[in-house]
Ligand binder design. Structure first.
Ligand SMILES: Nc1ncnc2c1ncn2[C@@H]1O[C@H](COP(=O)(O)OP(=O)(O)OP(=O)(O)O)[C@@H](O)[C@H]1O
Length: 218
C-alpha cells in the first residue's frame, strides 16, 4: 500500500469549543491507483490532504505513506519524506517566476536529490512542453503552466501524488486534456493519485471515488 489512512480524527477550535471536521476517516491506495475525493465545501477535503501531506497533525489515528507512519515522525523526517515520496499539484500552479520552465520542472527532483534529465525530457515531451523550456512561466498560458507543475511533480518520481482541484483554473476543454495527460503519466510512473475535486465528470475519470460527509468517508 502506498497510502493507508486509519481512523483519523481532526478538530479545529471554534467559538464554542472544538469543532470536529474528520471523525474517523479511513482509506487506502495501492500503487498505480487513482482515487477521487469529493464532498461539500467545508467537509474537510483539504484538511485530509494536508494531514496526508504531513503539513498538519492528526488528533488521533494513523497515516502511513510509502510504508512509513507519519503521525509519529519528527517534522524534519516528515519534510524529508514529503520531498522524496510525495508530490503535490494544486489549483494555483505555484511555479517560480524567476526560473525558466526547464528549471521549474527540475526543481523538485533536484531538492529530493533525484533529478534525471532523461526522465524530465520524456515528461516534458509527453506534456507538449519541449518548445517552451527556455521560457519563463509568465509567458505560458494557464494550461501550459499547469502542465509544467505536473511535469515538476512527476519528474521527482513521487510514490504518492496529492492533487487539489488541479484543473479548476482551466477552461473545460483544456482541463479535460490536462487531466487526461496527468492520469496517463501518473499511471505510467506507477504513482498513486489522490485528487480532490468538486467535479463529478473529473471524478468519473478516476478508478475509485470516495465522498467525505459528516466527517466520514462514504
Ligand atoms: N486551520 C484551521 N483553523 C480552524 N478551522 C479550520 C482550519 N482549517 C480548516 N478549518 C475548518 O475545517 C472545515 C473543513 O475545511 P476544509 O478546507 O478542509 O474543507 P474542504 O472540504 O476542503 O472545503 P472546500 O471544498 O470549500 O475547499 C471548515 O469548517 C473550516 O472552516
Amino acid at each position: 500500500m502506498v497510502l493507508t489512512v486509519h481512523d483519523v480524527t481532526k478538530s479545529f477550535p471554534g467559538a464554542e469549543g472544538d469543532v470536529p471536521v474528520l471523525r474517523g476517516v479511513s482509506l487506502s491506495l495501492e500503487r498505480g491507483e487513482t482515487l477521487a475525493l469529493t464532498g461539500e465545501s467545508g467537509s474537510g477535503k483539504s484538511t485530509l490532504l494536508h494531514l496526508i501531506g504531513g503539513l498538519d497533525r492528526v488528533d488521533s489515528g494513523s497515516i502511513t505513506v510509502a510504508g512509513r507512519e507519519i503521525t509519529t515522525m519528527s517534522d524534519t523526517d516528515r519534510a524529508a519524506l514529503r520531498r522524496s515520496d510525495v508530490g503535490v499539484i494544486f489549483q494555483q500552479f505555484n511555479l517560480i517566476p524567476s526560473l525558466t520552465v526547464e528549471a521549474n520542472i527540475a526543481f523538485q527532483a533536484r531538492l529530493a536529490g533525484a533529478f534525471d534529465a532523461d526522465h524530465a525530457a520524456r515528461l516534458s515531451k509527453a506534456l507538449g512542453l519541449t518548445e517552451h523550456l527556455a521560457k519563463y512561466p509568465e509567458a505560458l498560458s494557464g494550461g501550459q503552466q499547469q502542465r509544467v507543475a505536473i511535469a515538476r511533480t512527476l519528474t521527482a518520481r513521487p510514490k504518492l501524488v496529492l492533487a487539489d482541484e488541479p484543473t479548476g483554473n482551466l477552461d473545460e476543454a483544456t482541463a479535460s486534456e490536462v487531466l487526461g495527460q496527468m492520469l496517463r503519466l501518473v499511471r505510467e510512473t506507477g504513482a498513486a493519485l489522490l485528487m480532490v475535486t468538486h467535479s463529478s465528470s473529473v471524478a468519473r475519470r478516476m478508478e475509485r471515488h470516495v465522498n467525505l460527509s459528516q466527517g466520514h468517508v462514504v
